[in-house]
Design a protein around this ligand. Structure first.
Ligand code: NI
Length: 268
């Protein structure tokens, strides 16, 4: 059952680990507290640009073909992002959160850098089975990276890392020994991991039916056309969901919390 989905997430996870060494350590640290033989993923997140060749819908098509359904829409006005989330009828499969940068909301010089990158992607690339962990399809100079970084950490992250999981998320609800997210955070800090404190260490809580926290992204040496530089790669997130009035767990996302989670890849 669902072998295709499991294979996809296994490939995605290996690609993510290759640039997120701390995720492997977190996974080992928390793994022994899992109810299952392995940790359960609450969701996996992807980023892209709203340019038709590779927009949110092109990424989503991969999940629709695996039986996922569109469930929620979100807008992040200040960061100039739109997002949607997808769920599989089999609730043991991770939810999927896809955002896209609204490129036309940026100045011309920024748009030009982004459009040049995207022009290097093969026309049918987004339809390939491995597209969602295919990385970047272009070269970029360190000056272009700096220009993007000034206006959008998100755009700069995309320029370096391209198409891959931005983060995986441990489901705290499926852990044993830990009942609450604060205890998971304490364990992580005790082991020396740095958490994202933007908007507080825990974003949300019982009042919005979802509590989230995350590590700060690892920093990895990246090759630009003219130099090498340490830049933020990916991070690990932790989510605790609460029951709604009907007794079922809430499966949506909270825009105000997601807004702060995006900042886990900030360079400062
Ligand atoms: Ni997330």
């Amino acid at each position: 059952m669902h072998t295709k989905i499991d294979t996809f997430f296994a490939n995605l996870w290996q690609d993510y680990l290759s640039i997120t060494p701390s995720a492997k350590k977190v996974h080992e640290l928390l793994g022994e507290f899992s109810e299952q033989t392995d940790l359960i993923n609450d969701h996996v997140a992807f980023r892209t640009f709203n340019i038709e060749k590779i927009n949110l819908e092109k990424l989503a098509a991969h999940f629709l073909s695996l039986g996922y359904e569109e469930k929620g829409q979100y807008n992040f006005e200040l960061k100039k992002l739109n997002a949607k989330h997808y769920e599989h009828p089999d609730k043991t499969k991770p939810k999927v959160f896809i955002s896209e940068l609204i490129v036309d909301a940026f100045p011309d010089n920024i748009q030009q850098i982004i459009r040049k990158m995207v022009s290097n992607i093969a026309t049918d690339a987004s339809m390939q089975d491995d597209f969602l962990y295919s990385g970047r399809h272009w070269q970029i100079t360190s000056h272009e990276y700096e220009q993007l970084l000034e206006v959008s950490e998100y755009a700069a992250w995309m320029a370096v890392w391209g198409f891959r999981a931005n983060h995986f998320t441990v489901s705290v609800n499926h852990m044993k020994h830990f009942q609450v997210l604060a205890d998971v955070n304490a364990k992580l800090k005790q082991a020396g991991f740095v958490l994202n404190t933007s908007g507080g260490e825990i974003k949300g809580g019982p009042e919005v039916l979802l509590a989230q926290s995350s590590t700060m992204a690892d920093k990895i040496m990246v090759e630009f056309t003219d130099s090498k530089k340490l830049v933020p790669s990916c991070f690990y997130e932790f989510a605790q969901r609460y029951k709604q009035h009907n007794g079922e767990l809430y499966h949506g996302f909270v825009a105000a919390s997601a807004d702060k989670i995006f900042e886990s890849t900030n360079s400062k």
